[in-house]
Design a protein around this ligand. Sequence first.
Ligand SMILES: NC(=O)c1ccc[n+]([C@@H]2O[C@H](COP(=O)([O-])OP(=O)(O)OC[C@H]3O[C@@H](n4cnc5c(N)ncnc54)[C@H](OP(=O)(O)O)[C@@H]3O)[C@@H](O)[C@H]2O)c1
Length: 336
Amino acid sequence: MNALPKVGLGAIGCSRISLKGILPAVASSEQVNLIMVGSRDPEKAKEVAGRFGSVGFGTYDDVLNNKEIDMVYISLPNSLHEEWAIKAANAGKHILCEKPATTSYASARKMIQAAKNKNVRLLEGYMFRYHPQNSAAKKLIQEGVLGNLMRFDGCFGYDMPHKSLIPMSKELGGGSLYVSGGYPISASRMVFDEEPESVYCKLTIDPESGIDVRNDITLNYSNGKTAFTSSIFGSYYHSMYGVLGDKAYLRMGRAYTVPRDMPTKMYLDKDDKVEEMMIEPADHFQLMLHDFCGEIKKGKESKKDYERELLNQARVVEAAMQSNEEKRVVKISEIT
Ligand SMILES: NC(=O)c1ccc[n+]([C@@H]2O[C@H](COP(=O)([O-])OP(=O)(O)OC[C@H]3O[C@@H](n4cnc5c(N)ncnc54)[C@H](OP(=O)(O)O)[C@@H]3O)[C@@H](O)[C@H]2O)c1
């Protein structure tokens, strides 16, 4: 029996990822209730709300004005996240904002300040972090199975996005660094459990659209640990990270976007043998939602600092962008 009341959720934007990721996770959740779907198009909002078991539909502002809604899920183009996250905070709603929550450090700071002013929580939706395969990897690392960590490799590559979509629009906050480069960067920060000291980044620009279609990044961590991360538009599908220590190498078979019914595998290369470890399927969108709801319910007792996590990630991405522009290594401490 679930004694606690369900968290009321309002969706802002009927995006493709909302239909595939969060809304199915909400529909099957015993902790969250879909109260209303907001869209620029009321007919679309009505259809999507109905599909996921709600009768509430309206505009984005209707979502913010709805008193039954505790939390909003923002899945708008990246360039609109700041505006709607600040409006949501001012309306007293907790915010789950799709990744990347921001495209600049200054914007991250503004969003977090707005949330703090109104005593609401703000989570950037890097759902992959909640997949149990990462806690399994962390356990091996903490038990010393890999020995001293030395190097992280992470890559997220897939087909060239269609020209009409957000990833290929500068105006909407597209480009490989913002759209998919954040995944392996975030994974390296999670695996090393610290922030990089400096970053070097090279973006490859598509001459037609002016969009970066590839990023290749070196992140220097303490004690000589290094992460090499890339994301690529127009490659064979690749969603991996690997961690090298002085005793073993661990590789995740599918690291970032894992369908809820897909088992995953980790490969532990140690003592000249490769051990395959099976991880049961999991809905990382729902695990993230439930984690967030749990912390919201704890109020001031919550120990999780989602906002610091968002800020740290934004800082590294901004350093990467600056590094590409200035063609030099940028220290994270330069981003203030
Ligand atoms: N976590 C993940 O696995 C994952 C995967 C893909 C994308 N994402 C993130 O989720 C967000 C949405 O991405 P998506 O690919 O799902 O986007 P999408 O399908 O293009 O949807 C974006 C939605 O934003 C609304 N919108 C408002 N102003 C718009 C404008 N000027 N142009 C286009 N749409 C506008 C539209 O909703 P209405 O018409 O209903 O108002 C549209 O459906 C992005 O931040 C992206 O980085 C996350």
